[in-house]
Design a protein around this ligand. Sequence first.
Ligand SMILES: *[C@@H]1O[C@H](CO)[C@@H](O)[C@H](O)[C@H]1NC(C)=O
Ligand SMILES: *[C@@H]1O[C@H](CO)[C@@H](O)[C@H](O)[C@H]1NC(C)=O
Length: 202
Amino acid sequence: MNFLLFLIQLLVICLPCISINVTELVYDTEGKELSSKHNYYILPAKHLSGGGLTAVPSGWLCLHFVHQERNTTVLGTPLRLTPLPWRRSTEQPIRLSSDIWIEFHDFESFCVMRLDWHLTDLSPRALSGRRQLLAAGNQDGGRSFGVFRIEKPGANMMGYKLMACAKKEVCKGLGLYASKDKTWLAASDEPLMVVFVRKTSY
Ligand SMILES: *[C@@H]1O[C@H](CO)[C@@H](O)[C@H](O)[C@H]1NC(C)=O
Ligand SMILES: *[C@@H]1O[C@H](CO)[C@@H](O)[C@H](O)[C@H]1NC(C)=O
């Protein structure tokens, strides 16, 4: 009997330890936790301010640039988020302010199926000015292992900020850069607020 009491006490003390700190998690547009085992579209948080993020070939072999679709009805290319350190095959939630990889997933190109995000100093000749564009995939088809984070600037603010945190430098926000005919993602002091739309399985 005493032992049973002891067990119950232990359970009461330890129940809070088991529960996940929900304030740290990232949620999709349906209110579900973001997970490393689902694909997502990244769209602007502001309604009707353009479509989703998509991979566009750069002309340099397997290197792609990340663009925002201008057509608000286009969801873009599905993405997969992977928490670091990387663990094979375990489903993990995506946490705020923690290191992740971001990659276009199930991507059909002549190069690779997955294009991982990283900032690049390469820039198409047509783009004037010097800015670090957001790239996906590499010229040689290999990986770049760019590190990113998802931040929530304020509880009352709609959506999340994406930060590029390469090589333990200070993180840089990711925002939009519009040229005449395309909208690019680039390192920016005015980060784009985004939401995550889960790609439904079929
Ligand atoms: C939950 O996480 C938030 C943000 O990291 C932190 O401020 C808070 O103290 C945590 N709460 C618990 C119970 O660990
Ligand atoms: C936007 O995309 C939809 C669906 O792909 C298409 O039907 C529509 O014509 C597009 N609108 C413009 C302005 O391109």
